[in-house]
Design a binder for this molecule. Structure first.
Ligand code: ASP
Length: 349
């Protein structure tokens, strides 16, 4: 854990392979502990975690709150509908209110790209020690989802040793609305960092050709990619060509609320061309797993019977893995903060 250098967790583009391994290792340990309502770990005792979700959420928010409680943190949550946002308060002033109440961690979700990053910067410039964890910003990034997907896949391929190398050389197909998906973007950084080759499949309006070069340049804000060698990304238009040879298939919701205009001629046609079903999945071979970050539009991205089939559907497993993954993130952030505090104390004494 000594190599962990992320004060805030805002994206996965700046993660090295060692960072991914650190999260997977801890998450795996947390997953195997018999932690329930009454049995908690003391790691975050006395710390305050605030979830500021300016956009709706079912899984991410409750999963972060449960993770924080299982580490004995106090938890506060903010809801835009019953807050002073409607009275014109800015996001920064809302965040400062929680900081003034002593929040150590802010988990922030916002419909606009860059809001958690800006908040982290503003708070840092104000001399605040509060750390920011991105709970999903616009189309940009959803780091905790990318990490829980990584845990789900590495556990599937290597249950005893779910580490990044379990993905080396695997072919992972991501189908659907890549353009509007922060989940896809986080997965692209995470999967290629672990050596997987990613095939993106969908119509040109949802999967622009230039996604093939998504990880080719150093991540924004960095001079050098922290991962020396990544897997490759390719764009394939037809599902029939993308699925053969796949080791896992992830499908994404059609994110209509993020589309500026009508991008599909019909949902029926989309389902016909890109919807997953048992029949379609036979193109991959036996029992290839299916993932979906949720919320799912049953019968559009995938058939209800595929979604509910425990032999191949990892959708509930993804939700289950969300809690230990977020515990790992909170733990690492708290640990690095304590290390900073300790070094500040020792350097000033
Ligand atoms: N829950 C994920 C997100 O917040 C995926 C989705 O909304 O489709 O991006």
């Amino acid at each position: 854990m000594s190599g962990w250098s992320h004060r805030h967790v805002l994206d996965l583009a700046s993660f090295s392979r060692e960072d991914f391994a650190a999260v997977l290792d801890l998450a795996q340990q947390f997953r195997s502990l018999p932690i329930t309502g009454a049995r908690k770990l003391p790691a975050l005792q006395g710390r305050l975690v605030a979830t500021l979700f300016f956009e709706p959420s079912t899984r991410t928010r409750s999963s972060f709150e449960l993770a924080a409680k299982r580490l004995s943190a106090d938890v506060m949550s903010f809801s835009p509908s019953s807050s002073s946002l409607s009275k014109g308060e800015s996001v920064l002033d809302t965040a400062r209110t929680y900081v003034a109440m002593g929040a150590d961690v802010l988990v922030v979700r916002h419909r606009s790209t860059g809001v958690p990053q800006q908040l982290a910067l503003d708070l840092q410039q104000m001399g605040e020690r509060t750390v920011v964890l991105n709970g999903g910003d616009g189309l940009h990034s959803h780091p905790s989802q990318g990490l829980l997907d990584l845990l789900t896949l590495t556990r599937f391929f290597s249950p005893q040793h779910p580490m990044p190398e379990a993905l080396q050389g695997r072919r992972i197909v991501i189908v659907g609305d890549i353009l509007h998906s922060r989940v896809a973007r986080s997965n692209l950084w995470a999967l290629t960092a672990c050596g997987a080759d990613v095939v993106l499949c969908g119509p040109p309006s949802l999967v622009p050709e230039d996604f093939a070069a998504f990880v080719d340049a150093p991540p924004p804000g960095l001079l050098k990619d922290p991962v020396p060698q990544r897997g490759k990304i390719s764009v394939v238009r037809r599902l029939e060509h993308a699925l053969p040879g796949a080791d896992a298939v992830m499908t994404l919701r059609l994110q209509k609320e993020r589309m500026g205009q009508q991008l599909l001629t019909s949902l029926k046609r989309y389902h016909r061309d890109f919807g997953l079903s048992h029949e379609r999945m036979q193109l991959c071979g036996e029992d290839v797993p299916v993932l979906h970050p949720g919320p799912v539009n049953r019968g559009i991205e995938l058939s209800g019977s595929l979604l509910d089939d425990p032999r191949v559907s990892l959708v509930e497993e993804q939700v289950r893995n969300g809690v230990p993954t977020r515990m790992a993130l909170l733990y690492l952030m708290a640990a690095s903060e304590s290390a900073t505090e300790a070094s500040l104390v020792s350097s000033s004494s």
